[in-house]
Design a protein around this ligand. Sequence first.
Ligand code: FAD
Length: 412
Amino acid sequence: MVVGNIVIVGGGLAGATAAKTLRAEGFGGPVVLVAAESHPPYLRPPLSKEYLLGKAGDDTLPVVPEDWYDANDVDLRLGVQATALDPAARAVVLEHGQRLEYGSLLLATGARPRTIPLPGSGLDGVSTFRTVEDSRRLHARLAEGGLNVVMVGSGWIGMELAAAASTFGNTVTLMGLEDVPLGAAIGPDLGGFFRELHEAHGVRFRLPASAAGIQGQSGRATAVVTDAGEVLPADLVVVAVGVVPEVGLAEAAGLGIRNGILTDASLRTSAPVIFAAGDVANALHPFTGEHHRSEHWSNALNGGKVAAKAMLGLDATLDTIPYFYTDQYDVSMEYSGFPTLVAGPPVIRGSLADKEFIAFWQQEGRVIAGMNVNWPRAAKPQKAIKALINARTAVSPDLLADSSVPLDQLLD
Ligand code: FAD
């Protein structure tokens, strides 16, 4: 297949992984990677965990070493925004008007933090959280300790930031629209587990509650006012209320959009030779026959690989089971499966009180998602969970819950 040159818009994990895969697959043609941020592509998961805590340095962030791009003849355009697509002419327009023609194009534009129209959100000390600059700024303030910090948003990022903030000795209040933090993602029991974990570290919750406004003095935030009228003192306010896929370019160019850029399982969009991967792609998943948009690291990694191969005309589909992880205090959690299929409470193996358990969610007896918390790595819980999901066979809840039955024997 003649591919010509390849342009990748978006210098995150998906875009950089696609560039790496193109070269690994032997593609020798020109590759341009257009990246709006001024840093070479980097990993975001550490930003709210070990990097924010000061336990990991800048050297742990790059997706590939900085000299990889030159060494592999990838034209990395840092600090450059793509402003328009011209699918008919197969061209991307960059800021300042330069046009880049492409044989194939990958849109890996990711997502941006959702904002809410809060009075006072322009005050110093109020921010969203996505970039390495956000993490450095927050680290500098949190490390002082002794501050009042309010997290608006009770999802994964809000909870991770709350963990880091309280670890540094700040007074943390977390508010969100849910009754239980993470309730929409993992249900009330396990959300309650994370709430108790945080409470044991002094984090206070206001749930459900929404922020009505932010008060300030001399241009700096001093408090968040809740919809119930409570005034929560706040030197720092982080709004972590989810993300919005960056579909602007694709939408303006007329590509199919629904909660992201719609793609088939090989990450082809509705326009010829244009592909999409990572947080921005709402891809058809062969397992469910439905579209899924995942905002997780493994999806960007695997999607970058699949899109690169598909652009080269190779047979590739994004059929991996969605996976993500979080680290909060002394809890390490991994999750595989399809949260959108989950209904009802999980079966638990192990003990929430001991902070060592696996939760299995089932649909008609088949495991469709599983989450291991502090489970011994030697038992390979993720491998077992993915095997159970892929097997699509019913497993008795008693067996799932019985710790004396080895995980790798649940399918026997
Ligand atoms: P992005 O990382 O968003 O990269 C897209 C890039 O494209 C950005 O640099 C953007 O500036 C650029 N761009 C956008 N539009 C244009 C344009 N028009 N022109 C040029 N460039 C453009 N996932 C997990 O599984 N586990 C975790 O623990 C975890 N923790 C996270 C912690 C934080 C703080 C964040 C923010 C995310 C976390 N994630 C985690 C999610 C994971 O990092 C994302 O799913 C992943 O970064 C998505 O990669 P991406 O390449 O699709 O998009």
